[in-house]
Design a protein. Structure first.
Length: 93
């Protein structure tokens, strides 16, 4: 499964570890795949917005979700779906 198909922006160095964490927490492979797609999208958005991964907070995730809705994306993840990622990043320092 490893990684995202597209470039993952600034979040790339964290993809593999995050995938491992989700699998350790017994997330299903489909859920992990969707989570990796979402973090790839947010990673590219961070890069486009010239923001660092360290700036990824609940507030910046809300801005990402709003930007996606405003742009008319059909599938927009919820802010809550990024909680495992934010927890993982905090644990990684």
């Amino acid at each position: 499964m490893s990684g995202t198909r597209r470039k993952s922006g600034w979040i790339g160095p964290y993809v593999s570890g995050f995938e491992t964490r989700l699998l350790e927490l017994s997330y299903t492979p489909g859920t992990v795949r969707n989570a990796l797609k979402d973090i790839g999208s947010v990673g590219r958005w961070l890069k486009e917005e010239n923001r660092d991964v360290a700036e990824l907070t609940k507030e910046s995730v809300e801005a990402f979700v709003c930007a996606r809705r405003w742009a008319g994306w059909r599938r927009v993840p919820s802010v809550r779906s990024f909680a495992p990622l934010l927890d993982y990043l905090r644990s990684e320092g």
